[in-house]
Design a protein. Structure first.
Length: 398
């Protein structure tokens, strides 16, 4: 009887093995994804080359390409993507296009009307400097850091994100964490510690006021300029003031991981780990690890997913895995791997020449405002390619 039972188990094992497709190695997934990204990005670059002073943004509901000028907060992402892809393949055509589109943002180094200069300049000129060593990039980044610093209010301890209006007197959004890296670079480059002090003060103020007890983050916190007191905590792009807007959680995760990398201050690593715990242990995080556009969207499980939030989270988790011990290290890598496998699948990766020649499908920009909903997003592509490159360098080639 026991012999027949063992034979039966063996036959079941053989059948399962015969019908179970082996998982594609991550090295193959990464390589194929980067090749696909390069192919799409070159097509987009060629289409944009003859359109002066413009950069790609997304597509409209009819699939038509929407472009932006250099002042749009996303202007640095496409050139940054091209720089990453050039770093990967050394394709000189990529380098030419990366330089072309980076130079279209040059004048924004003097723009004091936006907090997004880190996105705009550090993703473009910062990557150009890191990869090529082109010395002229330094002055652009230093000037950009000076411009960004003018938005800092020492009474509040934050960089102002948006202009004041009837609702907000001094609004600060969690996204602003992403613009601090350029300031810390400028401090190291120039020896002027004020840049770093602004970045750290902003990050500390954000810890104090942006996060709930469960380490989810408000999107917007507005302050009273004269006293530094909190005026209101709310959302602009999330489902509700008390909900956890997915990309906002991603910005916080990435921002504090970056701050730990740049400063070595364990407070920032602890904050990043707490945010990661909130995201990764959330009951509404799908099995494929691509978050709904808001963790509290009322129509889950039918709510839209946000590929851009997944890309940011994946890139951050890969880097964070280098700073933590087990079991966090394995958990972070496993989630990032799942995200990259999903994003690299036909469900999220566009076919050649489709999707406006952007890489990823299914991003959600501003759903409450009915803007950029279920479309490709240039920042989704950027952080996806960054995540692929980080996995290749930090995990595969370590």
């Amino acid at each position: 009887m026991k012999k027949h039972y063992l034979i039966g188990l063996f036959l079941v094992f053989i059948i399962v093995c015969a019908f179970t497709k082996p998982e594609t190695p991550m090295s193959v997934v990464i390589d194929n994804a980067l090749k696909q990204a390069e192919m799409q990005s070159l097509l987009l670059a060629k289409e944009m080359e003859t359109v002066p002073d413009s950069l790609p943004r997304t597509i409209d509901k009819n699939g038509k390409l929407i472009m932006s000028g250099s002042k749009w907060w996303c202007s640095g992402f496409f050139p940054g993507t091209l720089w990453y892809l050039y770093e990967n393949s050394s394709n000189k055509e990529l380098k030419r296009y990366a330089s072309l589109f980076t130079n279209r943002i040059n004048k924004e180094q003097y723009n004091k009307g936006t907090h997004d200069l880190g996105f705009m300049l550090y993703c473009s000129y910062g990557n150009a400097l890191r990869i090529t060593g082109i010395d002229s990039c330094k002055s652009v980044l230093i000037n950009g850091s000076k411009s960004l610093s003018t938005r800092f209010n020492p009474t509040i301890g934050s960089i102002q994100s948006w202009g004041s209006n009837q609702k907000w007197r001094f609004p600060v959004i969690i996204d602003n964490m992403m613009n601090l890296e350029m300031l810390i670079w400028a401090s190291k480059e120039t020896g002027d510690n004020r840049f770093k002090e602004i970045a750290e003060t902003h990050a500390n103020t954000c810890i104090a006021n942006h996060f709930r007890k469960d380490y989810s983050t408000f999107h917007v916190v507005s302050y009273i300029p004269e006293t530094g007191a909190v005026q209101v905590k709310c959302t602009a792009q999330g489902y509700s003031d008390e909900s956890a807007w997915a990309r906002g959680q991603a910005w916080g995760l990435y921002g504090y991981g970056m701050m730990y990398r740049e400063t070595g201050n364990k407070r920032y690593l602890d904050q990043a780990n707490h945010i990661a715990d909130f995201i990764l242990n959330h009951p509404n995080l799908p099995k494929d690890k691509i978050p709904y556009w808001d963790f509290n969207a009322p129509d889950i499980p039918n709510a839209l997913r946000d590929a851009s939030a997944a890309s940011i989270i994946a890139s951050s988790l890969i880097e964070l895995s280098q700073f933590v011990d087990e079991p966090r290290k394995s958990q972070y890598i496993a989630v990032a791997e799942k995200q990259l496998r999903t994003l690299a699948s036909p469900e999220y990766t566009a076919k050649k020449g489709s999707n406006g020649c952007f890489i990823l499908k299914h991003g959600v920009g501003h759903l409450p405002g009915d803007s950029e909903v279920d479309v490709p997003l240039t920042y989704g592509d950027y952080y996806y390619v960054e995540a692929l490159m980080r996995y290749k360098k930090m995990i595969l080639n370590k």
